[in-house]
Write a protein that binds this ligand. Structure first.
Ligand SMILES: NC(=O)C1=CN([C@@H]2O[C@H](COP(=O)(O)OP(=O)(O)OC[C@H]3O[C@@H](n4cnc5c(N)ncnc54)[C@H](O)[C@@H]3O)[C@@H](O)[C@H]2O)C=CC1
Ligand SMILES: O=C(O)C1=N[C@H](C(=O)O)C[C@H](O)C1
Length: 269
């Protein structure tokens, strides 16, 4: 037994869950104390290491969040919106830092997360990588420097299993562009163009989503004006970047005062 922070990974069998279990185990900075899956999942009751096709790691996958969170200093959660809202309340009850990577959260989910953050530390970001968080700042800066003669379009590409669009990252970049322009994203957002849409509205911020194959995550912020274009691009080639960011957030959150934080807080940029 050590005094390294104990971490529970939710959605253990998922694309991110597996990455996170491997990242925590290899980190030397935290210990895996729980791995959670939904009720009825084939992994429940198995050793997490064995379920991943490797050696046993001494952590059985459970479907009981309450029991798992009671042992944890942090919960790293990349699952689905309804599950995440439930975990936020339980993690707050256990006073564990809740790191939320889940995307597709609607205003009703966000309100419940904000309520949980009155009692515990929550770090939430639609993208936990250093590169994307830096890109949000660059986007804000470029948007602030250019007027509405420059049309802003955000194009994202992801694998064919992704269930939400636009991606959480695209929305972060949209928020950054809107902040740079001093406008409310909800008021200028163009999503899901189809058919006779009419000409593009000046000052709007457009979103487009591509889904295919095993694309990890690609995002372009396009600033298009008459005669020239600026393209800011991030390409993720390895989900380990998200897992590293999430683990960093879990460690950063220890001993912070309750509240909702993001990766810019964690990275100090
Ligand atoms: N913020 C970031 O940096 C990133 C965010 N994501 C987001 O993370 C989420 C998960 O992505 P993936 O791992 O690709 O999806 P996935 O579908 O591979 O994994 C989700 C896992 O959550 C589990 N799950 C669902 N409900 C649950 C419940 N009630 N209790 C326990 N487990 C439950 C599922 O069984 C599944 O194993 C998505 O919202 C995705 O957009 C993904 C990558 C990076
Ligand atoms: O679902 C994914 O895979 C990803 N989701 C996040 C998002 O919605 O932006 C982050 C990353 O792009 C991968």
């Amino acid at each position: 037994m050590t005094d390294l922070p104990g971490i529970v990974v939710t959605g253990a069998s998922g694309r991110m869950g597996r990455m996170l279990i491997a990242a925590v185990a290899a980190s030397g900075k935290a210990r895996l104390v729980g791995a959670l899956e939904r009720e009825g999942h084939a992994w429940v009751g198995q050793d997490a290491g064995v379920a991943m096709g490797g050696a046993p790691i001494g952590v059985l996958v459970t479907d009981d969040p309450l029991e798992a969170f009671a042992k944890a200093q942090a919960v790293i959660d990349f699952t689905a919106p309804d599950a995440t809202v439930g975990f936020a309340a339980l993690a707050a009850q256990a006073r564990a830092v809740h790191v939320i990577g889940t995307t597709g959260l609607e205003p009703a989910h966000l309100a419940k997360i904000a309520a949980a953050a009155r009692h515990a530390v929550i770090v939430r970001a639609g993208n936990m990588s250093l590169g994307v968080n830096l890109l949000t700042q660059l986007t804000q800066r470029v948007a602030a420097a250019l007027d509405a003669d420059w049309d802003i379009e955000i194009v994202e590409a992801h694998h064919n299993r992704k269930v939400d669009a636009p991606s959480g990252t695209a929305l972060m970049l949209g928020e950054a562009a809107a902040a740079g322009r001093g406008v409310d994203l909800a008021a200028v957002s163009d999503r899901g163009r189809d058919g006779i849409t009419g000409a593009r509205e000046r000052g709007h911020i457009g979103f487009a989503a591509i889904r295919g194959g095993d694309v990890v995550g690609e995002h372009d912020v396009i600033f298009a004006a008459a005669g020239e274009r600026i393209v800011l691009r991030h390409i993720a080639t390895d989900r380990a970047i998200f897992a590293r960011g999430a683990l960093r957030a879990a460690l950063w959150g220890q001993d912070r005062i309750p509240g909702e934080y993001d990766m810019l807080d964690v990275l100090g940029i």
